[in-house]
Design a protein around this ligand. Sequence first.
Ligand code: OMP
Length: 260
Amino acid sequence: MTFIERLAARSRALDSLVCVGLDPDFRRHRVEEVAPFLRDVIAATMPYAACYKPNVAFFEQWGIPGLRALEAVLEAIPGEVPVIGDAKRGDIGSTAEAYARALFEAWGFDAVTVNPYLGRDSVEPFLAYRDRGVYLLCRTSNPGAGDFQSLELSDGTRLYEHVAATVAGWGANAGLVVGATAPAELARVRELVPGLPLLIPGVGSQGGTPGEVIGAAGYRHGYVLVNASRSIVYAGAGPEAAANAARALRDALRAARNGS
Ligand SMILES: O=C(O)c1cc(=O)[nH]c(=O)n1[C@@H]1O[C@H](COP(=O)(O)O)[C@@H](O)[C@H]1O
């Protein structure tokens, strides 16, 4: 089974488009607390999470002990639940090969985020893992996203549109990252490449809303995956608050599908 088949199957079984981002805040925890804290969050949010997405930077910030925490966190996620390793790598082919081995073989992630700025040969080593997913940054959620991504090319298309259309030819395991904070661009990407899986971060803490996301991208198991990290993990004091926030996001996305 490919990554996208596994993701779609779980997303459909739970009827949830929610990806729970696991981004531990160094201001809130000592490194020893990270794995037990996130293990509780994972157990509590499991009924609502189609997928989990640890961003490796949040573990790397503690050095080796942080990597041990990531290892323990990954062990706490049952094998049938897809996990995206958010690392946003991007480098020349030989280095990309090492990154791909690290993320897919050493860490065992089911999918990764990759920066396509260096071009196709820099992404090939990731795409070569046919059963894994590769989400390429297309139109990111941050305030400066337009600096480069919205530049107009000589034929009038925007750079992010060119990325979307190009990545569509890169293989069945390629998808795109498009921020929830840019619903007009999200709708444009969906129109350009209706068949590509989208990872959509930026709801909650960054201001994107479930209604705008579903309005722009549609509601499709596996092909629309909506990530929230801080607004779930730190919704309140304990794991129950995280569970409530994950359920509320799942329900808001369902409600947007039904137009209510
Ligand atoms: O690739 C990503 O996941 C990503 C792309 C993007 O455009 N914007 C974005 O916020 N992200 C990641 O998604 C997560 C968002 O976290 P919250 O803002 O706390 O929900 C972080 O791990 C970001 O690094």
